[in-house]
Structure formats: structure tokens, C-alpha cells
Design a binder for this molecule. Structure first.
Ligand code: SF4
Ligand code: SF4
Length: 685
């Protein structure tokens, strides 16, 4: 029960009088009553409101597997008759064999509920109609209204004669006819309404085609069509401010087709086949999905967990199945970046000449379909795996084992992060195991629908890690989006593989590993601005990172809302530069610009860090492991104990001896010259 009043004191006083009434007149034990204070008063009552706001989602798809639908979701009666109404409504539900939970605004007598209507069979539709008519009779008899706070729409238009009587509805009809004699304005509502059981999303003719799928959709009984019905339409994904991650594309474009809801609706229409008639080949659906960043915001923030990144990957897989249909160039460039990076890292100096020299880099971007304004990432002088092997493996051969997954981004680009991760884990006494082979979770492949290849990559990961998985060794990720594959995509793609289940159960984001195993981090004084990668927010959240930094002694500002806008390779794709930066401007980039000089900017995601640098904020974000290294180097002193921004004192990438680098560049130059000479000679002949 919430109490409102003109002043805080008055509302608290009312609450206490209510408690006295409950414990005195009603005989409730005091320990059965909890008083929740609002956030402004240092309380946590917003957690209770989160439960209330989750009402719709949790009543839509209850665990018994039977879907609950709207239809009688907004009735209201005078508040003093609410008890009587609820009891009698339950009787009506029982009479028709209908189930459902109720919630709402009891102080105003308004009840919300979704009920277990069967909207796919003729019998079910007859029951639906009979129930709604009985419920409407009940509400009218109690002096209430069939719609409490929302509109009548088509669903309850037919009931208005019960509520207002035929004479008043006729008056409305005549009034409307004066202004709209040809009944062109919003026909079928209020007067001469459509029937409540026509134009339904489902109905007796609902039978969308089902094709073999790549993902398992366990929450939807393995049915993609059911997944497209998941959206309950309340539009939490249409919030224009970046309060949650969902939905960054709408936060920028403000267009319905770029909301999670709009995309879900288009996928539904695609399967239904009435409006969109070319099914999985639809260009309209592809266009709407193109601006989906696959950030996973909806999988966490939407009340019914609409999983648009999975639907997008599934769609692209089928859309591009035909050998005659090619994906955009950037799909190949980024989807297989693990392979390109593997080749480039043999002579990274040459690769960097191609990607960093003006003119050459322009050509490289053109070939790869990358926006010309995006700087290309620089390859590290040596890979993390190479560094680890050269130092002779782990420094703690007798410690407790943990697998550190060498993702493409920290293995080939941000190797200083990888080194910091190894050292942070070893400083805690653990033995780091790093696979020596080429290994990749396939993260970028999902974004472009290369799902057969992604599955092969995952099977290889399982092959390589199998002994450790079966031994129960924890697997730690440095890059949140790669680790998220093991928590999210893996069980959906290989739902019946026990080793996959072992990996999902034993996979930890970097800070999560430290928190789970109770490892104390080194001390560091000062302030930190923490930015969570969207995939991490959706697969475990940022509390472990915040807690770890606080345990170190830092004062943490845990920034919420929106996406950095780079979202893997999405912001690199040609045509997405502006919108990518606009996404970042919703929350992250202004906060980084405003951060004080001695504040450590912390971000674990490769894309988030890249966006912070590319957007010209003048700051470089550090991975949590780099912050821990900074702490060990500074031995607990504040970062402002040393001059300059904290990142200036962050670790740098490991480098092989200069002789080795000179040798391999010379060898490559000689090889290039020889190939050119042979080419010229062949051309002459
Ligand atoms: S997709 Fe949007 S409208 Fe649909 S249920 Fe989720 S938040 Fe609500
Ligand atoms: S994945 Fe992100 S961008 Fe795509 S629909 Fe969900 S919230 Fe929106």
C-alpha cells in the first residue's frame, strides 16, 4: 500500500496510522508488516515498484506454459466495491475455466490482468466472448467501467452499449456522423464497433509457416512464431531517454520501426504473410533489423524479454541462405575478423601500414565496407598467446587452475588488457591456463547471421576446452561480448550438449570471477566512472565490477542507460557513423567528457573503449584488470598522486625484441619485392 500526501511527514503519519489499524483492529502481527521508504529518504521502495512494473511481463507468459492475453485488462469499479468485484470476477473466471493473476491500482479500483484465453480455436473464442460479456455485466452492475485508465479500442467498443445504454451510444453515433459523415475517421471504434473477436492477432486462421531453426527458443517452446508474439506492446522500448540500455536505435531515430516492438511486429507480420508477403526474404524486415545494434538491451530490459539479437541473427541466417544473395562487404570483413587478425598478426607491422597509412587505409576501408571516418584498430606487435608462451606459461604452476579465454580483440589488438588480466589473476594465486590454438567464440558471426559457421566455432571451443570443462575449471572472459556468447548464445545454439552446459555454468565475466571466488583486489584511492558493456549488463550485470572497484577503495559512478553506439562492428559499418556516435551521445560520451581529470574511466568492452577514443573525448578507458594493475603499481596511492590522467600510467602492449620485428619486416619486404619482380617478368612474357 502506498501513501501519498502533500508532505513527507503527513504521508509517513498515514502509513503509521494504517499499521496501527492493522496490528490493533485487525490483529496482524507486527513482524508481518514491512515499511519501505522511498529512494529520496534513503529507502528501497523502488524495488517494490519494479515488481509492480514487472506485473505485465510476469503474467503474460506464466510458468505453466499457457499464454495469457489481454481482453479484460483494464476494468475499474468504485474503490469501496473492489473486494466484492474481485471475488465475483474470480467466480466468473472459474465458471469459464479461465486463469490469471490480478494487479493494478487498488486505491482507484482499477484491476489489470491478462487471462488464459484460447484465441486460436472456435471454442476458445466463444468462451472468450462469453467471459467478457459476463465480466462487463458484473462491472456495470457494480457501477464501474469496462476501461479504467486506457482507451476502449476495438476490444471493448462492443461493450459500450452495456455501459452507457443504447440511447447514449446512438447520440455519440449521430454526433460523430456530423463531423465524419462517411465514417472514415477511425472506423470500427466506439460507435458501430468491430466485434471483439474479429481482427485478432491470432484467431482460427492463425497458422504461420514453421521452418527448421538454428536457435532453440526454449522459452517459446522452440517456436519462432511464438517468439514473435512475445511483445506485449506497452512500449518500454519507446522511452526516448537513455534510462536503460533498451533501445538505443529508437533513442536516436525516434521511429517505431526502430523500437524493439516495431521489429517484433514486423517479424510477426512476416510470418503471418498478410502484409509482408515475401517472408524471410523481406527487404522491409531486413531494413528494420539493420539498425538493431544487437546490444541485448531488450533481452534484459523488456518486461517479457523479447530477444531481438537472436531473432535478427536467425532472420539474417535465412535471409542470406540463397547462394545468389551476398551479404554486405562489412559482414565478411568483421564476421571473420578472427581469421584476418590471425593472418595479420604474423607481420603486424605490415598490416598496420595498410590500415594506418592515409590512402592505403582508405582503400582498406572501402574494400571492407567501413565508414571512411572510422579509424581502424591497430594490430598489436605480438599476440597475447605469443606473449604468454614466451614467458613460459603461468607464473603459478601449482595454483588453482582457471582458463583465461584469449578472445580475438584482446589477443590481437588490446594485448595490454590481456597481460593485465593474467597478472591480476596470478596475483591472487591462481594458475592461468590459456589455450594455445586459434580459438574464437564467433561473436561477430551472430551479428551477420553466419550461424552454421558460428556453431562450428563453438564446437571447436568445446573440443579445445573439454578437459577443463569436465574438470570444473572456471572459464574467465576478458571481453564481455565474447564471454556473453558462452552465457547466452551457446545454450540456445547447442541446447543438448552437456559440455556446452558445463561451459555456460562455469563462465565468468572478469570481475564476476573475482567476486564469485572472494578474491580481494589491490587497494586504490580515487574516483572511477564505470561503463558496462551492453552484453555484460544483459548477462549478469555490472554489480560485480562496481563492487570490485568499491572494494579497491574507489568511489564509483556506475553510469546507466543507452549503448556506446559501436556495438561490436555495427558502428564501423558504412552509413552508420553518425547514428553510432549519436547513440554514444545519449549517455556515455557526455559523461566521459565531464569526468574529472583524475577520475579513472573504466570500460571492459573493446567497442566501448574504441568508441570513447574515436569520439574524440580525449580519454582512454581502462579495463578493470588494467585498473588493478595501476593499483598494484601505485601501491594503494590515489591516481592523482602521479601527474596526468590515470590512463597515462596504464600498462602498454608487450613488444617482441626490435631485432625480431626488423627481421620479419625485412623478410616481408624482400618477399614482396620478389613477388613483384616475378609478376613484372611474367607480364613481359
Ligand atoms: S518489445 Fe517493447 S513494447 Fe514489446 S514488450 Fe518489450 S518493451 Fe514492451
Ligand atoms: S538488441 Fe538493442 S537495438 Fe536491438 S532491439 Fe534490442 S534493445 Fe533495440
Amino acid at each position: 500500500v502506498q501513501f501519498g500526501a502533500d508532505t513527507t511527514e503527513e504521508s509517513v503519519d498515514r502509513a503509521h496510522r494504517f499499521i496501527e489499524w492493522l496490528t490493533g483492529d485487525k490483529g496482524y502481527a507486527r513482524d508481518r508488516i514491512r515499511v519501505a521508504k522511498s529512494k529520496q529518504e534513503g529507502g528501497t521502495s523502488e524495488h517494490l515498484w519494479a515488481i509492480r512494473e514487472g506485473g505485465l511481463g510476469s503474467t503474460a507468459f506464466p510458468p505453466d506454459g499457457k499464454d495469457h492475453w489481454p481482453g479484460w485488462e483494464d476494468s475499474a469499479v468504485p474503490p469501496d466495491r473492489l473486494g466484492e468485484y474481485v471475488r465475483k470476477l474470480r467466480e466468473v473466471m472459474d465458471r469459464h475455466g479461465i486463469k490469471g493473476a490480478m494487479y493494478g491500482h487498488f486505491g482507484q479500483g482499477c484491476i489489470h490482468c491478462r487471462l488464459s484465453f484460447d484465441l486460436r480455436t472456435a471454442d476458445g473464442l466463444a468462451t472468450y466472448r462469453a467471459f467478457i460479456e459476463d465480466a462487463a455485466d458484473l462491472v456495470v452492475a457494480l457501477g464501474g467501467s469496462v476501461s479504467g485508465e486506457h482507451g476502449d479500442g476495438q476490444q471493448r467498443g462492443e461493450l459500450l452499449e452495456k455501459q452507457y445504454g443504447p440511447e447514449l451510444v446512438q447520440a455519440m453515433r449521430e454526433f460523430k456522423a456530423v463531423w465524419d459523415p462517411q465514417a472514415k475517421m477511425n472506423p470500427g471504434k466506439v460507435v458501430d464497433p468491430y466485434r471483439m473477436d474479429e481482427n485478432l492477432k491470432l484467431g482460427t486462421d492463425y497458422n504461420p509457416p514453421r521452418i527448421p531453426l538454428k536457435f532453440a527458443y526454449p522459452e517459446d517452446g522452440g517456436d519462432f512464431a511464438h517468439a514473435t508474439l512475445r511483445c506485449v506492446g506497452i512500449g518500454k522500448c519507446r522511452v526516448p531517454r537513455a534510462e536503460t540500455t533498451m533501445c538505443p536505435s529508437y533513442q536516436v531515430t525516434r521511429e517505431e520501426k526502430h523500437t524493439t516492438r516495431g521489429r517484433a511486429r514486423l517479424l510477426y507480420e512476416m510470418l503471418k504473410g498478410d502484409v509482408i508477403t515475401d517472408g524471410w526474404q523481406s527487404k522491409e524486415v531486413k531494413e528494420a533489423l539493420d539498425l538493431c545494434l544487437a546490444c541485448k538491451g531488450c533481452t534484459n530490459d523488456c518486461p517479457v524479454n523479447v530477444d531481438m539479437p537472436t531473432y535478427k541473427a536467425e532472420f539474417l541466417h535465412h535471409h542470406f541462405k540463397s547462394a545468389r544473395r551476398w551479404r554486405p562487404r562489412y559482414a565478411y570483413a568483421f564476421g571473420f575478423i578472427d581469421r584476418t587478425a590471425r593472418i595479420a598478426s604474423r607481420i603486424p607491422e605490415l598490416a598496420n601500414i595498410a590500415t594506418q597509412t592515409p590512402g592505403l587505409s582508405r582503400l582498406a576501408k572501402l574494400a571492407a565496407g567501413i565508414d571512411r571516418r572510422r579509424p581502424l584498430p591497430r594490430f598489436a606487435p605480438m599476440t597475447l598467446q605469443d606473449w604468454f608462451a614466451r614467458r613460459g606459461g603461468t607464473a603459478n604452476p601449482t595454483g588453482r587452475p582457471v582458463v583465461l579465454f584469449p578472445d580475438t580483440f584482446n589477443n590481437h589488438f588490446h594485448t595490454q588488457v590481456g597481460v593485465a588480466c593474467v597478472e591480476a589473476i596470478e596475483a591472487a594465486g591462481w594458475r592461468v591456463i590459456m589455450p594455445e590454438q586459434h580459438i574464437c567464440c564467433g561473436r561477430p558471426l551472430y551479428d551477420y547471421g553466419f550461424l552454421d559457421t558460428a556453431e562450428r566455432y563453438l564446437r571447436r571451443v568445446l573440443d579445445v576446452l573439454r578437459p577443463e570443462l569436465r574438470a570444473g575449471t572456471p572459464v574467465v572472459g576478458m571481453e564481455p561480448s565474447c564471454l556473453a556468447v558462452f552465457k547466452d548464445e551457446l545454450p540456445k545454439l547447442l541446447p543438448h550438449d552437456d559440455d556446452a552446459k558445463r561451459l555456460t555454468r562455469n563462465a565468468y565475466h572478469f570481475a564476476e570471477f573475482f567476486q564469485t571466488f572472494g578474491i580481494r583486489p589491490p587497494a586504490l584511492d580515487g574516483k572511477a566512472l564505470l561503463w558496462g558493456h551492453c552484453h555484460q549488463r544483459a548477462t549478469g550485470g555490472m554489480s560485480p565490477d562496481r563492487q570490485l572497484l568499491e572494494d579497491m577503495g574507489l568511489e564509483v559512478n556506475d553510469l546507466q542507460g543507452g549503448c556506446c553506439g559501436l556495438a561490436g562492428s555495427w558502428g564501423f559499418e558504412s552509413g552508420k557513423y553518425e547514428i553510432s556516435l549519436d547513440c554514444g551521445e545519449q549517455a556515455l560520451l557526455p559523461a566521459v567528457r565531464d569526468a574529472e581529470d583524475d577520475c579513472v574511466v573504466v570500460a571492459d568492452g573493446f567497442s566501448c573503449k574504441t568508441q570513447i577514443e574515436d569520439a574524440g573525448t580525449g580519454r582512454r578507458a581502462l579495463h578493470v584488470a588494467e585498473v588493478m594493475k595501476l593499483a598494484r603499481d601505485l601501491r594503494g596511492r590515489s591516481p592523482h598522486a602521479v601527474p596526468g590522467r590515470p590512463e597515462r600510467n596504464g600498462p602498454s602492449r608487450p613488444t617482441p625484441p626490435w631485432r625480431e620485428r626488423a627481421l620479419r619486416v625485412s623478410a616481408a619486404a624482400l618477399l614482396g619485392a620478389a613477388v613483384t619482380a616475378l609478376g613484372v617478368r611474367a607480364a613481359r612474357h
